[in-house]
Design a protein. Structure first.
Length: 81
């Protein structure tokens, strides 16, 4: 694993921990707000990719229409397709 992969994995782990701690609906805007408070990456594209990556890894579930998309923690009872 190179340095950029390592920092990405750290960023994803930190985001997952934050989502687990605070719960609720997560949008790229909410991720940006949290990262501004912690001096993290604040680009919308990065926030969106991170939410999508956590979804593809089975941690989050995508909800809502394309223009109102948000993510929530996957419940154990939900299908992991």
């Amino acid at each position: 694993m190179n340095a950029s992969q390592s920092s990405r994995e750290q960023r994803l782990a930190q985001l997952l921990d934050t989502v687990r701690t605070w719960g609720g609906r997560w949008t790229s805007g909410r991720v940006q707000d949290i990262r501004r408070l912690t001096s993290g990456a604040t680009q919308r594209g990065t926030a969106s990719r991170d939410l999508q990556e956590l979804t593809s890894r089975g941690h989050l579930v995508q909800r809502g229409p394309r223009d109102g998309r948000f993510y929530v923690l996957r419940r154990r009872s939900e299908d992991t397709r």
